[in-house]
Design a protein around this ligand. Structure first.
Ligand code: AP5
Length: 238
């Protein structure tokens, strides 16, 4: 136990000195992009930019974008590119993105990918992005999606099968009642997967053709997936 704790502390100390730059986490719904982002944020202290979370925050504030997004999300469809680009453009302009950032759920279309590649290439001093594709098979994804629960206060991600809270239905950190996402039904998941295969799989192929691309087996314990991602990114940045 003491060894595991000191190894984690040593890894976190080392992580503070790494400039990770922009990292894209790619993969189907439920592969663990949000979960892995939590691990990378702890290590590198760079922001986690999840377009799904940004849209859900709009929905909760009742903005026009949030109302439109809610309808599309519950059908498993994507929000139009022009709205996404405007939202991401604003977020990436914030000063906390200087050492790098984790993009989770964006880009999701070839148009979004071309836009972000162009944007990053035109930002002086920005490292080229590293794309990480996480792979998990269909049956496992279905259990991950149907078992997912989120804390509405701190956003911690749980799973009733794989990572339950200490007290059923209650966040370990905030004590808040956990929630299930409205798009985490079996029917909606099927639609999300179809959308992923037709519009987002080509984005993965675009980045696969570049030299800074890694594929990681997401069907392992969270810590092992994180170790694979971290060592791949650090190797590519060395
Ligand atoms: P978004 O919120 O991005 O959803 P998603 O891509 O479908 O991905 P998820 O959040 O469902 O899964 P994840 O990979 O983060 O998995 P997690 O870590 O939570 O998008 C939602 C919607 O918004 C879209 O459908 C679209 O409508 C819209 N949208 C968003 N971005 C857009 C864009 N760019 N353009 C247009 N529209 C956009 O893990 C899942 C579960 O598995 C959890 O319960 C977790 O505890 C568990 N788990 C994770 N890792 C492991 C492991 N290693 N072992 C066991 N269990 C694990």
């Amino acid at each position: 136990m003491a060894t595991a704790v000191s190894m984690t502390a040593a890894r976190e100390e080392h992580g503070k000195h790494v400039v990770p730059g922009p990292i894209l986490l790619l993969g189907a719904p439920g592969v663990g992009k949000g979960t892995q982002s939590e691990e990378l944020v702890k290590l590198w202290g760079i922001p986690h930019i999840s377009t799904g979370n940004l849209l859900r925050a709009h929905r909760d504030r009742g903005t026009a974008l949030g109302k439109l997004a809610n309808e599309l999300m519950n059908q498993g469809n994507l929000v139009p590119d022009e709205l996404m680009l405007e939202m991401v453009d604003k977020r990436l302009a914030e000063p906390d993105t200087e050492r790098g950032f984790i993009l989770d759920g964006f880009p999701r279309t070839l148009n979004q990918a071309k836009w972000v590649d162009h944007l990053l290439a035109s930002r002086p001093g920005t490292l080229p992005l590293v794309a990480v594709s996480i792979q998990v098979d269909y049956n496992q994804l279905l259990r991950r999606i149907s078992g997912r629960r989120n804390c509405p206060v701190c956003g911690t991600i749980y799973n009733i099968y794989f990572h339950p809270p200490k007290v059923e239905g209650v966040c370990d950190v905030e004590g808040a009642t956990l929630e299930q996402r409205s798009d985490d039904t079996e029917t909606c998941f099927a639609g999300r997967l179809t959308t992923y295969e037709s519009l987002t799989a080509p984005v993965v192929e675009r980045y696969r053709a570049l030299s800074r691309f890694v594929e990681v087996n997401g069907d392992q314990p969270v810590e092992q997936v994180a170790t694979s991602i971290i060592s791949s990114v650090e190797r590519l940045r060395a």
